[in-house]
Each structure stands twice: as C-alpha cells, then as structure tokens.
Design a binder for this molecule. Structure first.
Ligand SMILES: Nc1ncnc2c1ncn2[C@@H]1O[C@H](COP(=O)(O)OP(=O)(O)O)[C@@H](O)[C@H]1O
Ligand code: SF4
Ligand SMILES: [Mg+2]
Length: 338
C-alpha cells in the first residue's frame, strides 16, 4: 500500500499545498511555479525531477522559506507557516535546511570551517564560546577529521566541501534537508560518496529528505517518491515505481532517455531532453504546457485538440497505488491494473 502523499492523514513533517510562486512585482512579476502540492515524512525521500528551468530551485526556496508563496500554504508539522508567530517561525525554519548545488560559492573563502560551523550553530555568537567538541562531532558525522576545523575551504576537494556544507546544514539538527542538485558540481567519482553519506545520515537521524535532481538515474537510487515538474507545474507524482511505468508522456520521455542504471550511474551528462524549446515557465503554452513537445499530443496524434484547449489537472490514476498524473490521455502499461 503506497502512502497517500497529499492526504490529510500523512505524518508529514513538511508539506506544501497548492503553492504558486514567482519573481518580481507588479507588471514585471513572473509566476514560475503553479499549484504545487507535496509532502515529505521522516525517513522518506521525495525526489523533485525536471529539466533545467522547470522551477526546482524555486520550489526549494519556497520549502526553506526563502521565497514567500504567491498563493497556497507551506506547513511544518501540520502548522501553516503564514500563521506562525515570529519566534515560532524562526525555530520552525531552522528545522528545514538547504544543501545548495554549489559547495564552492556557498562557503565563505576567508572563514575557517570551524568558524563556519560555529556561525551555523550560534549565529552572531561569541567566537570564544565556540563549542569545539560539537564542531568535531559534526565533522566526524560527515567523515572529516576534527583538524579540518582550522582550515579554509580552498584546502578541500569538491566532495569534501560538499560534506562541510552538509555538516553546516546539520548543525541546527534539522528534521528536513532540501538537497538541490548537490552532486551536479562534483566529479562522478565522488558523487556516489556524497549520495551514500546523505542516505546514511537520513537513516541515522530519521531525516525527511527532499532530493532535487535533473538526473533520473540518481533519483532512482535516492528516492521513495517522485514529483515531476514541467514548466513550473507538477505533471506526475507518486512512488518511485512510476519511473518504470510512467503515465505522463513527459516522464516517459525523461526516463526513456536515461541509460540503464546498472550501466551508467552517476554520470555528469546533461539532462535528458526532447529536442525542442521547452518554453518559458512564466508564459507556458496554452492547454497542456507540454503539448508542443508531446509524442502523444495534438501534433502527432489526430483528434487530440483538447490538449491545446484545456489544461489537464493532476488527478489520481485508478489502480496505480496513489499515483497522479496531469494528462488527458495517460499512458497505460502492461502490468498496471487499468
Ligand atoms: N531570481 C530570479 N529572478 C527571476 N527569475 C528567476 C529567478 N530565479 C529563477 N528564475 C526563473 O524561474 C524559472 C525557474 O527557475 P529555477 O527554479 O531555477 O529552475 P530549475 O532549478 O529547475 O533549473 C526559470 O525561468 C528562471 O529563469
Ligand atoms: S495532455 Fe495531451 S499533450 Fe499533454 S501530455 Fe497528455 S497527451 Fe500529451
Ligand atoms: Mg536549479
């Protein structure tokens, strides 16, 4: 039985409900995320996949409270963050930490690792009161020696820097980690190391993990559930098994272009895309936003003008264990009970 991701009974620690978000204001505002709902529970990993520009990092910013939604709700432990008092919100925010894509730019090059961790533990606190034992413990958690505390970021390799960034995120004992393309700046040889570290930390600390990637082979390795974004909207959502039998033609294309996971795991290849301009999430095509590129859509199959006329809502698919897809003509596979 698959957990119902968006139902009211899920023991989710973090949930977004019909969230829309964007950038700018007034006539120059651009909405790039539309009506996104998802939930993540302790010990579980929700993957967010989609090609570049689909809104993954924008969603990450909403999840950590860096970007306020234009509409919809962000809930922490079932409480609406918009209704929290300032002190409560600050504490709640600390429980959701972002591990950003680029470990190079996210560490201050002139700050020792120990100081960076001390700042995370106690922002603005006195340096003399740095808890050396706690810093050593944090470094050991990510398999770095305690003497790393006295060194500067440039003295470490890319993989080690990403470990430092993970240690910094763990400094406040979060319940949720948002990992945004955390291995895409790393050599493929160290990608697996960082991914396995995240998985073991998750098990150890019962963390809820939101794992953002454009790489489906990594998503398969890391995630329990998957949300597929296309031009700022969810097109498919459900357990990881959906990647083996996608209902949405976009998921199908993404997954068909990924090599067998046993062969080419952890490559640094560019995202698998269809050879066509995906368009602008702030101004998506009418109807189904995927229709200009869809192999099952109106440009290829006769009688499917509804794809241009009407946006398909994200609806549960019968007989597919709580999965949902936004397509007027969802794909049916041998083996599904439809
Ligand atoms: N700070 C920003 N200001 C204006 N537009 C932005 C900003 N950040 C991202 N965008 C736009 O939002 C859309 C989604 O971007 P992003 O969330 O970064 O996608 P992804 O992480 O999937 O590549 C893109 O069209 C991008 O140009
Ligand atoms: S609604 Fe139509 S165009 Fe959109 S994904 Fe489904 S078949 Fe393709
Ligand atoms: Mg991004």
């Amino acid at each position: 039985m698959t957990a119902q991701l968006t139902g009211p009974t899920t023991a989710a620690v973090l949930r977004v409900d019909q969230v829309s978000a964007g950038y700018g204001s007034g006539s120059r505002s651009a909405r790039v995320l539309r009506d996104v709902s998802l939930a993540v529970a302790p010990g579980r990993t929700m993957g967010i996949v989609g090609e570049s520009g689909s809104g993954k990092s924008t969603l990450a910013k909403v999840l950590v409270g860096e970007l306020a939604p234009l509409s919809g709700r962000v809930l922490l432990a079932d409480q609406d963050t918009a209704r929290m008092a300032r002190g409560q919100l600050r504490a709640a925010r600390r429980s959701v930490q972002l591990v950003p894509q680029d470990p190079y730019s996210s560490l201050n090059p002139r700050m020792t690792v120990g100081r960076a961790l001390a700042e995370a533990i106690d922002p603005g606190g006195s340096l003399r009161r740095i808890d050396r034992a706690r810093i050593t413990e944090l470094l050991e958690t990510v398999a770095l020696e305690g003497d790393a505390a006295d060194r500067l970021p440039h003295e470490f390799s890319g993989g080690q820097r990403q470990r430092i960034v993970i240690a910094r995120a763990l400094a406040v004992q979060p319940q949720v980690l948002i990992a945004d393309e955390v291995t895409s700046a790393l050599d493929s040889s160290v990608q697996a190391e960082v991914l396995n570290l995240l998985l073991s930390l998750q098990r150890e600390k019962d963390l809820a993990l939101v794992f953002i990637t454009h790489d489906l082979s990594i998503a398969r390795y890391m995630c329990d559930e998957i949300s597929v974004l296309y031009l700022g909207s969810l097109v498919e959502q459900g357990d990881i098994g959906l990647l083996h039998a996608p209902a949405h033609p976009y998921t199908d294309l993404l997954q068909a272009s990924v090599p067998d996971p046993s062969g080419a795991m952890f490559t640094n290849e560019p995202p698998p895309v269809v050879a066509a301009d995906p368009g602008d999430p702030a101004d998506p095509p009418a109807g189904c936003a995927f229709h200009p590129r869809c192999p099952q859509g109106p440009r290829v199959v006769e009688g499917r003008s509804v794809c241009i006329e009407k946006a398909p809502p994200l609806v549960p698919l019968t007989g597919r264990g709580g999965r949902a897809a936004a397509c007027h003509f969802p794909l049916v596979r041998a083996g599904s009970s439809e």
